[in-house]
Design a protein. Structure first.
Length: 320
């Protein structure tokens, strides 16, 4: 298998953290983990690129590097009110037309919008800039609460650390949940962060932090094989079912039932990738009762079958 070529296009003044999000996920060689990506940084003109951190970085390649990219990453665009250069816009559009996946982190969505890649399409950016993006590009369907939006050929993330969420999601889409979880484990990160970005945008009413769902979520994840119910979860959390449903909606953006289904399907994905267990055994382990129910729920969530998923992502030979 050839390496997937990821090229980050940096522009002055470059945010170091947004670039580091992509470099950390796609650019590092990790012990015991097979390499899947080759990571390169380019600029409109090779040479020193000023950063927001007060130092200059050196980009060794120019825009021609985008011609060989499988994924192009725009790690922030610090001058969203100023037009990008025609050469940059042409190179990004050409990469997209050729079939490269184009990804923005944080304010990089403004460059994608200017290039016309978000016309009449869903996108997100930092919550503080969502209104500006919608006003400047009314054809973009801005989703201000989402950590990321993946349309297949184009993907956008919310602010700063949400770039890690998006990059790990892309690894999961490319190489499966188990591989992405191993990358996340090396980074000491959760493979999937719950909730949307608006939970970080404004303080809760009366300055009081909401009661965290984390203990309950950890408890439930250890018991996916059991018949968990809303009433049972509410009893564990010592609140009413209605209060628990409100907390799930406020903190995670989903209902308790939807969250449980997502976790059960994710657990089934990992078992399909890393074991040869039959579907009946996997269904029992993740609490989906039968192979028939597993197939139905799995297809509804992933738009593919367990068998097809295992053929694509079963990589037992990748184990160290």
């Amino acid at each position: 298998m050839g390496l997937h070529r990821v090229v980050a296009l940096v522009m002055p003044p470059q945010s170091t953290f947004e670039l580091a999000c992509a470099a950390e996920v796609f650019g590092l060689s990790r012990p015991g983990l097979p390499a899947r990506y080759a990571f390169t940084v380019c600029a409109e003109r090779p040479g020193p690129v000023p950063t927001l951190a007060g130092y200059a970085m050196v980009a060794g390649e120019g825009l021609a590097a985008l011609e060989a990219a499988d994924t192009v990453v725009i790690p922030g665009w610090q001058r969203p009110g100023a037009p990008a250069s025609p050469a940059v816009l042409h190179a990004v559009r050409a990469a997209h037309r050729r079939g490269a996946r184009v990804v923005s982190i944080c304010s990089g969505a403004f460059l994608l919008a200017e290039a016309g890649l978000l016309d009449r399409r869903r996108a997100t950016t930092h919550w503080r800039m969502a209104g500006e993006l919608a006003a400047r590009f009314p054809g973009v369907l801005v989703e201000p609460d989402l950590l990321y939006v993946d349309l297949g050929d184009v993907a956008t993330s919310a602010g700063t650390a949400a770039g890690i969420d998006l990059c790990l999601h892309l690894v999961r889409a490319d190489h499966g949940a188990a591989y992405a979880a191993r990358v996340a484990r090396h980074m000491v990160m959760p493979p999937h962060r719950e909730g949307g970005q608006l939970q970080y945008a404004t303080p809760p009413a009366a300055g009081r932090l909401p009661d965290s769902l984390a203990p309950l979520l950890d408890w439930a994840l250890d018991r996916l094989h059991e018949p968990l119910t809303l009433d049972g979860l509410a009893h564990r959390a010592r609140v009413s079912p209605r209060t628990l449903a409100r907390r799930f909606a406020g903190q995670l953006g989903v209902s308790p039932g939807r969250w449980l289904l997502q976790q059960r399907v994710a657990a089934a994905q990992a078992l399909l990738e890393e074991t040869d267990l039959p579907l009946e055994a996997i269904a029992a382990r993740v609490g989906l009762s039968s192979a028939t129910n597993l197939r139905r729920r799995f297809h509804a969530m992933t738009r593919t079958t367990p068998a097809a998923y295992r053929r694509s992502f079963g990589r037992r030979q990748d184990r160290p």
